[in-house]
Design a protein around this ligand. Structure first.
Ligand code: ZN
Length: 145
């Protein structure tokens, strides 16, 4: 193995400051004298720098998070949920009203549908309640990752 090959093997460790003082000194001296090894050294350093820049750009996730936390997005989201909830509730009330005032439907069917709706509503409220409690007690909700 010639001198250059030996130095090139140590190059990565030299760049990462992992060599002993003696070995690092040997690499340093060789780089001063040898153009081809210095060229390789410069290339490795340049590539490492580019990789480093690629590693820490503002990542997509944090951009999305930023977008989600933007006041306009939050307001639009709240308005959206509000419209959906009010619309859905209004529709349900109207539908129920039509259903229960319809004389053609026998009473036991009305009672059955009423029980089903009561069950769905109870489940919905219990889930909603759990979500609200979880939200209130979630001590990490303001922690930004
Ligand atoms: Zn060399």
């Amino acid at each position: 193995m010639n001198q250059c090959e030996h130095i090139q093997e140590l190059m990565s460790g030299y760049i990462d400051h992992e060599l002993s003082q003696q070995k690092a000194q040997r690499v340093r001296l060789h780089l001063k004298e040898c153009d081809s090894c210095r060229k390789i050294y410069d290339d490795i350093v340049a590539i490492r720098q580019e990789m480093g820049q690629l590693k820490y750009p503002e990542c997509e996730e944090s951009k999305i998070e930023q977008l989600m936390n933007e006041p306009t997005s939050k307001i639009l989201s709240v308005i959206g949920w509000l419209c959906l909830t009010v619309g859905l509730l209004g529709f349900m009330v109207w539908q129920l009203f039509m259903f229960y005032t319809e004389p053609g439907i026998v009473t036991w069917v009305k009672v059955g549908v009423f029980l089903i709706e009561l069950g769905v509503l109870s489940l919905f409220i219990s889930v909603l309640r759990q979500r609200l409690i979880a939200r209130k007690t979630d001590k990490y909700r303001n922690v930004k990752l």
